[in-house]
Design a protein around this ligand. Sequence first.
Ligand code: PLP
Length: 380
Amino acid sequence: MSIMGIGPNILGYANETVDRKVIEAIQMGNMSTFNCPEEVELAEKLVSMHHWADMAKFAKSGGEANSIAVRIARAATGKDKVAFCGYHGWHDWYLSSDIGTGTLKEHLFEDTGIAGVPKALAGTSISFVWNDLDSLKAVIDNHKGEVAAVKMEVTRNILPAEGFLEGVRDLCTNNGIVLIFDECTSGFRETFGGLHLKYGINPDLAVFGKALGNGHAVTAVVGRKDVMEGCNSTFLSSTFWSERTGFVAGLATLKEMERLKSWDVITAIGEKVQTIWERAADSTGVSITTGVIPAISTFGFTNSERSSEYRSYMTKELLKHNIVGGNLFFASTAHADVSLKEYEGLVTEIFRTIKKRELGDIGQLVDDKEFAGTTFRRLN
Ligand code: PLP
C-alpha cells in the first residue's frame, strides 16, 4: 500500500507477462553491438500514442532522460537557460538552480545538499511558481532571449489553474522556448500515455520513465522532429541505452496496459484509497488533505507540526500487519479489493489513535529515532 518500488510497478510486482518477455530476451542475449528491433518498435509505439511527436530517444533513468531533454532543448535553440517548476532528478542542470538562491527548499528538501555542483552553473536554471503564469513570464522577461526550455510536470499534487497550461504553452511558443513536460511519474496514470493528453496541451518534448517498463529500466524522451534533431549536433550516447530488456519490457507493459485499460483500473483503485483515507479522517475527526491524481494518491495531515510523527506512526503500525504504507499510495492493477478492506480497518484504527494524541489523551506516538524524514516538497 505504498509506492510500488518508487512508482514503476503499475501492473503489480513481478508481472508474469512482462517478466516472461524479459526472461526470453535475456536468454537470447540482451546486449548486442547493434540496436535491437524492439527499440524501434517502442519508439514507433510511443510516437503513435502522442500524435504531436515524431521521434524518441531512450535512457535508463528518469533524471537522465530529463537531462537529455534539457540538452536537446539547449542544442536545438542555441540558448542556455532553463525555467522549471518541481522535481526533475539529481543532475547538475537542476541542482545548480539552488546556488545562491536556496530555491530547492520549495521544490525538493529544506536542506537539499548541492556540494559538487559547479558554482559556475549558477543562474542557468531558474525556478518559477506553480500555477503562477506571471512568475514564469518574469523569468522569461528577466532572461530575454536566453531561455531554452521550460520544464515542468503537467500536474502533481495541485491541479493546474484554468488557463495555466495554455498560458505556459503560449509563452513558450511566442518566445521560441522548448516546452518539456516531465511525465516520468504522471505518465500512464490517467491516460494511455502522457497526462497532457487529458488536458489537450502538447509539449515539444515529453519525458517518460517509471511505469513504462513495469520495473525494468527504460525511460524515454519523445518529441517533435525539429527539436529532437538537436540530438545531431551534440553528443548523447551510453553503452546501456541500447540494452534490450528495457525495450522488451516497455512493449510488453504498454500491451498489457492497453489490454487492461490500466489507467482506468488504477484511477478507480486510487479513488477507493482516497475515499478510505477521507472516511477514516471523517469518522475519527482527524484533518487531512488529499492529492489530485488518484492513481498516485497522497494525503497530508493538516497538523503540519505533527505530520512527521503521524506518518511515522502510520507506517510503524501498518508494518505490524506486514503492510508497507504511509501517506503515499501508487495504485497498480494488482491491488485487490480484499486488501483495501483490510487496509481500511487498520487506517481507521490508526487515525483513531492519532486523534487521541491530537486531543492530548496520549503522548508521542513513536520514539524520537523512529521519526520519518521529510518528503519531497515539489511545489506543483
Ligand atoms: N521527474 C519526476 C517528475 C520524478 O517524479 C522523478 C522521480 O521521482 C524523476 C524525474 C527522477 O527519475 P529517476 O528517479 O528515475 O531518475
